[in-house]
Every structure is written in C-alpha cells, then in structure tokens.
Design a protein around this ligand. Structure first.
Ligand SMILES: Cc1ncc(COP(=O)(O)O)c(C=O)c1O
Length: 490
C-alpha cells in the first residue's frame, strides 16, 4: 500500500513516518506578543480589524466614532482611553458588567486561583468550583429551579434550555412558540426562535416554530388550543433586542396557568434581564411566577469571564437526562464550567448580595427613569417614550420627521422607515464625542437607545449622564444633525 504523505512545508508536519524533527524545526510564524498588542496604535488595530475580523462592521464604528478609541484601562463605571479620557459606561456590555469594570474582589479571586495553580478543565474529575457555583445558582433561584448546566455564552445556555425542553416535552410535541421581536442568540438552533431577519440571514433553520406577538396571551392560548404538537414556549421576560419591552404584569400569571393547563414547558430567557438588573434576581420574580427552565449569562461571569447557565426544574431535567443512558446526551462542552470562570462567578454572586447591588439597581433605576421622564416632558418632540425596570432602560426617540418643524414633516415622513435609527446614532455619537458617555443601540427598534449601566451605578452617575443628554438635546435637532455631519468629516 502506498502511504500518502503531505508535501513537507516549513509549517506542515507529515502525517506518517515523519522524519525526526529537531526541536525547533517548526518555524514560528510572525506572531504579535502580548506586550506588542498592548502598545498597538489605533491605525494598526484598524488595519488588523479590516484584515482579519469584520471589515463591514468598521462602517458602523466610524459612524459612531468608536473607531477612534483604544481603551487602555477600565475601572468601575469608566473606560479610560489612550488620551486619558474617562468614558462613562451606560452601555454596560448589554448588561454584562453588573460589577463595573475590574471589580477588585473579582480580580483578587482570579489571582488567588491562578497563584494556587488550580485546575481548569473539569471533564474527567468533578470540580469543587463547579459544584459550589451550581449550588449557589440553585440557592438564588426560586421554586425547584435546582438543576444547572454551565456553558460559555447566553446562546449556549439557551441552546441547552431549548434542547432540554424539547426532550422533556417528548417527540409528539416538538413545536416551540416564540415571540415577535425576540432575541435568543445567534447560534443556529436558537436562531430559529430569534425574530430578526438580519440575523436569520438566509440560513436554513428548524421549522418547528410558531410565532406570536410578545405579551399577547390570547394569541398564546389560541396557539396552545389549536396545535397539540406545541410542547415549549420561549420568551424573554423583558425584551432587550426588541427595545426594552415589557408585557403586562397579569400576562405572566396567565401564561403560567396556560402552560400548566396544556402541559407546555415555559423557558424564560433571562440572559439580559436577569441577574439583578431589574431589581430582582430574575425579572420574572416581579410577577410571582416560576418558569420551568431559565437561562443566565452576561454578568454571570462578573464581566471578567465568559459564563452562561441554564437552570431547570429538577423533574424536567430528570425526564430529559435523568438516567445513565440519557445523561450524556447534552452534558457540558469542553469549556463548560472552567475552574477560574467558576471561581470568578462564585465570587461575583457573593459580591452581588454583599454590596446590595440588586436593591441598588431598583433604587438607582427608579431615579434614572424619573430623570428621563422629566427630559421626555421637556423634549416631547424628540423623546417618544421612556421605559424599563431597574437598570434596564430604553429611551425611544420620535420618528425623525416628527422632530422637525411642521412644514418639513410630510416630506421627511415618507423617509421615516429608512431614517429609523438615525437619531439614536446622532445622539449616541455626540454623547460620546462631546460628553464622554457611552450608550447602546437596539437591534430591532432602532429608534431606541438602551441604557444598561453597571449595577454599581450611583445617582451621581445618572446625573452626569442625564445632564449630558439634556445639554445635547437642548441644541435642537438641526444643530444635532449638523454636529453629527461635522463629526464625520473631522
Ligand atoms: C435575551 C438574550 N438571550 C440570549 C442572548 C445571547 O447571548 P450571547 O451573546 O452571550 O450568546 C442575548 C444576547 O444579547 C440576549 O440578550
């Protein structure tokens, strides 16, 4: 038999019968070191981003002025850029920075873990850190939400939730109900229940889904009644990507009752709204209901590490994976529950309660909503709505034509759909350029800016932010547009 071997290059090892290589025979490519990365300037970062990451995305960074910034440090509520400028973070990584940047207790926990040379990958042996973290998550969760699956992202946690729900519902009930304007992640499974044409692209997604308007209990009841194949419903408790949208409080009690009546498994996606952000550990706790399965991510790793978790009722979990035969169907992936990530997340949960951050989110969140509502009253032509709970707040601008003098409205009104998001973009870009404040934008309702500052946020930070927004809006729309256009040419 002829053995095929790959032609030798400087960079490729032969598959069989490799000649014995001298220790340094494999040429090291030209690699950038950590120290070189640290001192890289913005121009080089841009070149590399274009060459190796996402050239198209740079277009949006340029519109917002993000492309000029190199973050040198980040601490508490602030980023510090290459010029020593402090940028107030009201974006908060879409809710990933409950503790602000580099909380000292989290740094310390990580350092200790490293100094003690603890083990990371826990596949062969059990991990005391995983065990403790799973225990803590169950302790923070109401009812019998006791079984925990650990992953590295919100999408992974949601994939785990949907797979568990599907198995527990059984093969005769494979259909999943999801909501208009939902966002549950970008991996291929949960894309099927993520209602964004942009993200769905033209991927071939699973077809076993039924879409209903968010918060519409009658539509859900009709779906459950008319289609006995429905076994699962997946909803964000507060829609983030949809533009910070809440259902009526009574919706949730009715939903729980309907799920019980029809034997449908309810998955509550708390990836963005959970973990204390709304003033309760889970947002669904405001409504005194408990879902069958839930998912957390974002701040779960303390803003220092990638951590996602699915938490399920024990009976549901046991139905799906409760025997030795079924246990490995969806056991965690390689990095699920890495040692240092678990140690960080254990410390983070302790800090969340020790520092009273959940109550702080409720208190400072109310203050933020009050101050923004006062701005809405001051600028009714510009601000359409202010909404949210705790430190998960949306500020919706009027359609662009409505912000202009009466005579211009009919003509510009025809372009409103195309101009969606433009005012959010102008305001976001100028808040950063002129007032050192960072805000987040919204996938579906692009007229909404999202405010999800760290849960350590104090009233003084709210004052800095709202005063800046007040000054900016006080310039008037025409000046805001002119200033934005100028920012694009300078
Ligand atoms: C509600 C919700 N679910 C799931 C996800 C996916 O999380 P990740 O980006 O960590 O995969 C997100 C992310 O924004 C989210 O907001």
């Amino acid at each position: 038999m002829t053995v095929m071997t790959k032609p030798e290059t400087t960079n490729t090892r032969a598959i069989v019968d490799a000649p014995t290589l001298t220790p340094n025979a494999t040429r090291k490519p030209k690699l950038i070191s950590v120290e070189e990365a640290k001192v890289m300037d913005v121009a080089r970062m841009t070149d590399l981003f274009k060459a190796h990451q996402n050239p198209g995305q740079l277009h949006f960074m340029k519109l917002l002025g993000f492309h000029k910034i190199k973050v040198e440090r980040a601490e508490g509520m602030y980023y510090i850029d290459q010029n020593g400028r402090k940028i107030l973070d009201f974006f908060g990584g879409f809710g990933s920075l409950a503790f602000g940047h580099n909380h000292p207790r989290l740094l310390e926990a990580r350092k200790k873990f490293q100094d003690e040379k603890r083990h990371e990958i826990a596949i062969a042996f059990m991990s005391q850190y995983q065990a403790a973290f799973a225990h803590n998550l169950a302790a923070c969760s109401p009812g019998d939400l006791d079984m925990v699956f650990l992953g590295s992202s919100g999408s992974e946690a949601m994939e785990a939730a949907v797979k568990l729900a599907e198995r527990a519902a059984g093969p005769k009930r494979p259909k999943i109900v999801y909501a208009e304007n939902s966002f549950h992640g970008k991996t291929k499974g949960v894309l099927a229940i993520t209602d964004g044409q942009l993200y769905r692209g033209e991927f071939k997604l699973t077809g076993n889904t039924v879409k209903v308007p968010f918060g519409d209990i009658d539509a859900i009841e009709n779906a459950f009644k008319s289609d006995p194949e429905i076994g699962v419903i997946v909803l964000e408790t507060i829609q983030g990507g949809g533009g910070i949208v809440q259902a009526a409080p009574e919706f949730w009690t009715k939903l729980r009752a309907l799920c019980d009546q029809y034997g449908v498994i309810w998955v509550a996606d708390e990836v963005q709204c959970g973990y204390g952000r709304t003033g309760r550990f889970y947002a669904f706790e405001h409504y005194n209901v408990v879902p069958d399965i839930t998912a957390l991510a974002k701040s779960l790793g303390g803003g220092k590490t990638a951590m996602g978790a699915m938490i399920a009722k024990r009976d549901i979990f046991m139905k799906a994976y409760g025997t030795p035969k079924t246990a490995m169907i969806h056991a965690p992936a390689t990095f699920g529950g890495m040692g240092e990530a678990c140690a960080t997340s254990i410390e983070a949960l302790n800090v969340l309660y020790d520092e009273g951050l959940i109550d702080n989110a409720a208190d400072v969140g109310d203050y933020l909503l009050d101050r923004l509502n006062a701005l809405k009253a001051k600028y009714p032509q510009i601000i359409k709505d202010v909404r949210g709970r705790g430190l998960m707040v949306g500020l919706e601008f009027q359609d662009f034509s409505q912000t202009l003098p009466m005579v211009l409205r009919p003509v510009v009104g025809m372009l409103d759909d195309k101009l969606k998001g433009s005012l959010s973009g102008f305001v976001g870009a100028l808040l950063l350029r002129d007032y050192d404040c960072l805000v987040a934008f919204t996938e579906y309702n692009r007229n909404v800016i999202r405010l999800e500052p760290p849960l350590i946020c104090q009233r003084e930070h709210v004052d800095i932010f709202v005063d800046a927004l007040d000054k900016l809006l006080g310039r008037g729309i025409i000046s805001i547009v002119k200033d934005f256009v100028k920012s694009q040419v300078t």
